[in-house]
Design a protein around this ligand. Structure first.
Ligand SMILES: C[S@@+](CC[C@H](N)C(=O)[O-])C[C@H]1O[C@@H](n2cnc3c(N)ncnc32)[C@H](O)[C@@H]1O
Length: 216
């Protein structure tokens, strides 16, 4: 996860009004969980449900990191796969962060089971939408080409986020398609540059990343 993505998650969580929960699918050792929880703390203080099998040594690391960040009061770890757990979760969601399974069918299942719980005006954010086929296709098909999202944004390196609405406007759809084009250009451009020249010089890379922000 890039600094830009960490900051975007923090800001999204901070912007939540507290009308619904914050749900994270895929926690690993807790980096994104902490961004969400710190953002929530600075805002309305909504609970963060951190769904992951939380298997093996990683759950110990997760718990240690959450305690070290001082956010254990806001974080509820859920040791489960996200798809079956959706059937047991009956609260409204104001921010949904999807970063669990990355196979297309499973990302679709996450999207289909969890986005109906997201409130009107709530945020859906999806990780790995630049170079990873499953999340990339879901972001393109179900957010950026959808009639039910507005204020879409691409955050470098690979996050797509947008607000859920009952019906978006023509202007919203144009903006979403613009973000889609920007994301795909960034993804193919950066992959090509890496292949041709190895790592980009740091100042050039920084400029490219800033440009993506300025262009939205
Ligand atoms: C890329 S890591 C998450 C990284 C984390 N969001 C971060 O940025 O710090 C993916 C995580 O998803 C979890 N995962 C995989 N399939 C899942 C599923 N079906 N339901 C919930 N979590 C899943 C894995 O155990 C792994 O910890």
């Amino acid at each position: 996860m890039t600094d830009e993505e960490a900051e975007a998650l923090y800001e999204a969580a901070r912007s939540c009004s507290g009308r619904g929960a914050i749900v994270e699918i895929g926690s690993w050792t807790g980096k994104s969980t902490i961004c969400l929880a710190l953002g929530s703390r600075a805002g309305a203080g909504a609970s963060v449900y951190a769904i992951d099998p939380h298997a093996d040594y990683r759950f110990g690391d997760f718990k240690d990191n959450i305690v070290r960040a001082g956010v254990q009061d806001l974080v509820t770890p859920v040791s489960s796969l996200s798809q079956p757990y959706a059937d047991e979760f009956h609260q409204p969601v104001e921010l949904l962060w999807i970063d669990g399974a990355h196979e297309y069918d499973l990302v679709v299942e996450d999207f289909e089971k969890w986005t109906p719980k997201v409130l009107e005006g709530g945020i859906v954010a999806l990780h790995d939408t630049s170079w990873t086929e499953g999340p990339r296709r879901v972001a393109n098909e179900r957010i950026l080409r959808s009639r039910h999202f507005k204020d879409a944004r691409f955050v470098v390196g690979s996050t797509t986020m947008a607000r859920k609405v009952a019906e978006n406007s023509g202007a919203d759809r144009v903006k979403n398609l613009y973000v889609l084009a920007l994301k795909e250009t960034f993804a193919s451009g950066s992959a090509l540059l890496k292949k041709r020249r190895g790592l980009l010089p740091a100042p050039l890379e920084r400029l490219g990343r800033r440009l993506v922000g300025w262009l939205q």
